[in-house]
Design a protein around this ligand. Structure first.
Ligand SMILES: Cc1cc2nc3c(=O)[nH]c(=O)nc-3n(C[C@H](O)[C@H](O)[C@H](O)COP(=O)(O)OP(=O)(O)OC[C@H]3O[C@@H](n4cnc5c(N)ncnc54)[C@H](O)[C@@H]3O)c2cc1C
Length: 311
């Protein structure tokens, strides 16, 4: 753009937290190709924070510009499961994209492992996926695919080995990132590194040209739609219901149209996924559905004798 290089790093679907380190790595490789050392990162959600941090670690002089800081980003209201879910349309998958996706996933997976602990709010937990129809064994869940070895403790559970009121169940372990803790810590680390952070909204792409940095990494998430006129970018609305925290719940569950993630700041119940919906107002019918269906699962679990393996 008029002598500046813009590296786009947005459009992470339901996995912006999961993939943030990996796409930061891909973005940093693009920045490196320019031969420039001064970089503007626009946006301070999970994606912008990881990009800025990685660029600092690689010796670039980074400045951050953002409309909203945590806690006012979409990243703050994510569930926080490490799982590259809803990232691409299968119909549009190309080998190049698949390779990038795989590289980004693996890079992120390794990076988050170095962040496990209370400081960043990252921990490993068993996940139990369940359904009355056979669980998928293709795509992300393919035993020969690249993700499979990033899901340790993977096991199909026969009904006598699990307490869930579903015919099929499986276990695998993943990391959980608690966004309020994690994003705060990431922002703190950037400030400690001396990265200047300017709160500022860009209304159109041309406004970016006035920035002093010759390279711009665009991490504006859904904001990129208006900023760069990307018509392919669409919102997906997800709604969460948060219950009081319960320390003794040490596993996550995923049933059709439902998920439960236990976090220190509350038990997160979700399961909505509305493509093309911008409206942020809570839907009380969905809240009632999510509460009732979860309540049914856990009440019926209570009447089953077995305990989930590893829970
Ligand atoms: C209910 C729900 C559950 C989810 N669960 C998970 C999960 O379990 N795991 C997972 O990995 N992902 C999950 N996600 C997806 C995840 O939240 C997103 O992929 C992620 O937050 C995207 O991060 P981001 O940094 O790109 O965008 P954002 O967090 O939206 O940050 C964008 C940044 O850009 C700034 N910005 C935007 N426009 C402009 C502008 N014009 N000028 C200046 N600054 C601008 C914003 O102020 C903000 O700082 C979930 C999402 C939802 C809604």
């Amino acid at each position: 753009m008029d002598g500046k290089t813009v590296v786009h790093n947005y459009g992470h679907g339901g996995a912006g937290i999961t993939l943030s380190w990996g796409t930061a790595h891909l973005a940093a490789l693009e920045v490196q190709k320019t031969g420039q050392r001064e970089v503007a990162v626009v946006g301070s959600g999970a994606v912008g924070l990881a990009a800025a941090r990685l660029l600092v670690e690689r010796g670039f002089r980074v400045s951050m510009y953002t409309r909203d800081l945590p806690p006012n980003t979409t990243s703050n209201i994510a569930g926080g499961q490490w799982f590259p879910f809803t990232v691409y349309d299968v119909d549009h998958l190309t080998p190049t994209f698949e390779e990038q996706f795989s590289d980004a996933t693996e890079f992120s997976y390794k990076r988050y492992q170095t962040m496990v602990g209370d400081y960043y709010g990252v921990r490993w937990l068993p996940n139990f996926q369940m359904a009355d129809t056979p669980l998928p064994t293709n795509g992300l869940m393919s035993r020969t695919g690249p993700l499979f070895r990033m899901l340790p403790q993977f096991e199909e559970l026969v009904p006598s080995r699990h307490p869930f009121p579903f015919r099929y169940a499986r276990r695998f372990d993943t990391m959980f990132i608690q966004p309020p803790i994690y994003l705060d810590a990431m922002l703190r680390e950037l400030r400690i590194s001396g990265v200047p952070i300017q709160v500022r909204e860009f209304r159109e792409a041309r406004e970016l040209l006035a920035l002093p940095e010759p390279v711009i990494v665009n991490c504006t998430g859904l904001g990129a739609k208006g900023l760069f006129g990307d018509d392919e970018l669409i919102p997906i609305k997800g709604q969460l219901t948060i219950l009081l925290p319960e320390e003794e719940v040490t596993y996550a569950t995923m049933a059709p149209e439902l998920y439960m993630f236990p976090r220190r700041d509350g038990i997160v119940l979700g399961g909505t996924h509305e493509r093309g919906v911008w409206d942020l107002s809570p839907d009380s019918d969905e809240e009632a559905r999510i509460l009732k269906q979860h309540s049914d699962i856990f009440r019926r679990m209570g009447t089953r004798p077995a305990k989930p393996a590893g829970a």
